[in-house]
Design a protein around this ligand. Sequence first.
Ligand SMILES: [Zn+2]
Length: 468
Amino acid sequence: MKNIIALVGFFCVFGSTVFSGDISPVRIPPSFDVPKSQNKRAVFVDMKTADYRITYYVKNKEASAASILHFFMPESGLPIIDLVTEPNSVYLNGVVVETKEIDLPNGGKVRVLDREVLRGPHQVLIQHKIRHGITFNRRGVKQAFFMSDLDDRSFLEQYLPTSWEYDQYAMKLKVEVKDGRTKQKVFTNGRILRQTNTEWEIEFPEYFNSSSPYFHITAASAMMDEEFEYYSSNGRIIPIQIYKKRSEVKVDLRKFKKKTIDILDNLENDFGPFPHQKVVIYGMNMPGGMEFSGAIFTGSGALSHELFHSYFARGVLPDSGNSGWMDEAFARWRDHQFRGVNELTHLKANLANRGEYVRATTRLAYKEGANFLGYLSYLFETQQNPNSLKDFLREFLTLRMHQTVNSEILLQDLERYFQQSLHPLFRDYVYGGVEKGQELPESSDDLEDWSESIMHLKLNRKLLESYL
Ligand SMILES: [Zn+2]
C-alpha cells in the first residue's frame, strides 16, 4: 500500500512538472555580447525544422550541403547556428549574409550569422562543403556522422548547421551520389522514406537533437549486415540491423545478435519498452563505442553500456555538456550492477557547474559520477525506502523520455521521489562544493582518473576514416 501511495504521489508531482516540449527560455543558454562588436548580442535559436540536402560528387571528390533551417529568435541579435566549416554562401530571409566564428564566454568557438534580426520566426539557407568524416575513391563515397560527447563541438555541427543539445527539432536529410560506380548503402536511425540506387530521403523523429542522428553511407560490398525483428514488451515490432565491415573478421554478427537480444530483454525488463523506432548497430573491434538515438557503433564489450544510452543520453537527452555526466554516471552505475557503495571516494566534484556554454561531458562522470550514484543508492537503501534508486531511474526515464534534462531536474525529481533534501550532496558532488551558478575553475577536473575504463573513444581523423 505504501508503495502505491508513494507512486501515485510521484506521478502527480511528475505530471505537474513535465516539460511541455516547447523550449522554455530558461533552458536556452543565455545570449552574450559578441566580442569586439558594438553592443551586439549572440542569441541561441529555437530551431523548428531543418531540411538538409547533401550531394556527393564522386568524380570531383566533393560533398556539397544545402540546408534550409526554420528557426525562432527568442530575442533580437545575431542568430547562433553552429557549423564548424566556413559556409560558401548564406541567405538569411532571402538576403545574403556573412557568418563568423566568435569566442564563447567560457572558451571554445561558435558560428553566428552576422546580421541582427528581431525576435520572431526566420529562415536561412546555408551552403557549404562537408570535409569531415568523409573519404572518396574513384568508385564512390564513404561518410559517417560519427560524434563525441567528450570533446568540444563534436556533435552534428561537425557536418551540418545546427543548434545545440538543448534544442529538439524535425530534421530531414536528402542524399544523392553523382557519378558513382559502385552500389552504396545507407545505415541510419532515421526513417528512410524513399530510396533509389543513388538517392535517399530520410526523416528523423522530432525529439532528436544535435547528438541524435546516425548516418553512414558506404560501399555496399564492404559491409555485411544482419536484419531481424525484436518483439518489444509493449507489442511493437522493432527492426534491428547489425552490420560490420566485411574485412573485420574479429566481429561475429551472430554473437552480436544474440547479445543484443539479451541486452534489450534486460533493458526492457528494467526500464520499459525500447524508446526508439529501430536499432542500428555498427559492430567493431574496439574497446568502447558511441551512442545515438537507437543507434550505436561499438565493440562487443561496450554493447550493453551503449544500448543503455538509447534510454539515457539519447532517449532522455542531456541539454548541455553540464548535463552529460548524468547519463554516463547512470550507465557506469548500471555497468556495476547498480551496486550501492557506502562511501564517497572523493571530497567534492564539479560535474555540472562548468560554465553556461560547455558542450563536452566531464570525464569525471565515469568514476566520481558513478560513485556518487552508488552512494545515493546505498543511502536510500539504508533509510529503508520502499523504492530504490533503480526504481526511481525507471520512473525518471519513462516520464522524461524524449525530453531534455539537466542536473536541476534530476535533483528536483529525486527530492520529490525520496521526500528529502539532497541539495547539500548535489552542491558538493555535482556542483563542485559551491552553489549552482557560482563558477569553479575547470581545474577541478584534476580528480580525473583514467584507471577507470572509458567507454567512449576519442576518434582521431585516422581512426575515424578507418571505420567509414
Ligand atoms: Zn557512456
